[in-house]
Design a protein around this ligand. Structure first.
Ligand SMILES: Nc1ncnc2c1ncn2[C@@H]1O[C@H](COP(=O)(O)OP(=O)(O)OP(=O)(O)O)[C@@H](O)[C@H]1O
Ligand SMILES: [Mg+2]
Length: 376
């Protein structure tokens, strides 16, 4: 279990005030879970990870791993990185050339103070090499591996110490798309099999959604929302989170009031009056943005097929783009242009009327003043 509390990490700058790279970062990761820090470039992901590793010394805060305080500003505790027993793989992983796969993986054990016996090392190394499916390459020179194999070797080297915590900073970024997809599965399998608590850093929302038990979305040094992938995707608390995690329609509106029969708030928008769901406290006349994902905008040629009458309207097909397994429609509703991702069987021609349903469960109302730093 990892607990990070009130972490602030700064970098001195030549001129002007220090760069506040991580601000009041707080989260908890239960043992054996896969936790991801997700956010745009420069938001403080690497800084947070390096602070956990002990490669940066935070200005304040506390880091506790399995009951052991590795950093506390208040108690003046700073355990150096080599005594934290964490495994790390960085974006630019370094494979040692002129060394075999085996020697690369064995290196962290060879340089350890209390050295193990040769046979002990051999057993541990072969075990991690087999976990990453490289055991048959043990004697090959490391540079003669493919990119994905080198990546797995870097992972094996991080795992060989049997770390309490695995810290991964965009470890798949050097791979082409296909290999990255495969490595994602591998990584998840290895993590699950070894049950190792993992902190993963990425700016790729697809990767975060696919791999994580929980995601912390970061912006400008702060965590803006923490939750399981589905919650983050379906119930973004802020516009920043909604937009960063996938594509969405933002429809600005004003709260009309609470609709008793429907048991929901109703919002007046340029795309019609919409019943919405929300995690925020709404009040009449409040300005909100309704976020609905393109795949949740249901289209049909026939007004009667949808069954429900809630959030049903019609528009004109303005554009469509065929993408193989789906078709993206742009539908004009009054002055508003709505994006919908539909099944390719829908063939409504451009210029024709189309019926639109926006499931109230999927219409998430976000108050306008919920800044990017709303509480997690
Ligand atoms: N050594 C450093 N000295 C000064 N400023 C730094 C240093 N390292 C990072 N920063 C600044 O701190 C902020 C956070 O950087 P960080 O590397 O943590 O971002 P990141 O989220 O990992 O971004 P990326 O996705 O591009 O890797 C940025 O504004 C960056 O410019
Ligand atoms: Mg980074």
């Amino acid at each position: 279990m990892l607990t990070v509390r009130g972490l602030n990490t700064e970098y001195p700058s030549q001129k002007g005030p220090a760069v506040k790279a991580a601000q009041d970062v707080t989260f908890e990761v239960p043992a054996g879970k896969f936790f991801t820090l997700l956010g745009p470039s420069g938001c403080g992901k690497t800084t947070t990870l390096r602070s956990i590793a002990g490669l940066e010394r935070p200005v304040s805060g506390e880091i506790v791993v399995n009951g052991r305080v590795v950093f506390s500003s208040e108690r003046k505790i700073f355990i150096p990185p080599n005594q934290r027993n964490f495994g790390m793989v960085f974006q630019s992983y370094a494979i040692w050339p002129h060394m075999t796969v085996f020697a690369n993986a064995a290196f962290p054990l060879e340089v350890r103070k209390n050295k193990m016996s040769k046979s002990e090392i051999r057993e541990k190394v072969m075990r991690v090499l087999s976990a990453v499916a490289l055991e048959q390459y043990a004697d090959r020179e490391a540079t003669k591996l493919s990119g994905g194999q080198q990546q797995r070797l870097a992972l094996a080297r991080a795992l060989v110490m049997e770390p309490e915590l695995l810290l991964l900073d965009e470890p798949l970024s050097n791979l082409d798309a296909k290999l990255r997809d495969r490595m994602r599965f591998e990584l998840k399998r290895i993590q699950r099999e070894l049950g190792i608590t993992t902190i993963y850093v990425t700016h790729d929302q697809g990767e975060a959604l696919a791999l994580s038990h929980e995601i912390a979305v970061m912006n400008e040094g702060r965590i803006v929302q923490v939750g399981p992938p589905r919650t983050i995707y379906e119930h973004p608390r802020t516009k920043f989170v909604a937009e960063f995690i996938g594509t969405t329609n933002f429809i600005d509106g004003v709260v009309l009031g609470f609709d008793e029969p429907a048991g929901r708030w109703k919002v007046r928008t340029p795309a019609g009056d919409l019943l919405v769901s929300t995690d925020s406290a709404l009040t009449p006349n409040m300005r909100v943005t309704v976020s609905i994902r393109p795949e949740d905008v249901e289209l049909s040629d026939d007004a009667t097929t949808s069954g429900s009458t809630e959030n049903v309207t019609s528009g004109l097909v303005d554009q469509k783009v065929f993408l193989g397994d789906f078709v993206d429609f742009q539908v004009q509703i009054g002055d508003f242009m709505l994006l919908s991702r539909a099944h390719p069987s829908l063939r409504t021609p451009i210029g024709e009327t189309i019926h639109v349903r926006m499931n109230p469960d999927k219409c998430v109302a976000i108050p306008e003043d919920s800044s990017a730093r709303a509480a997690a």
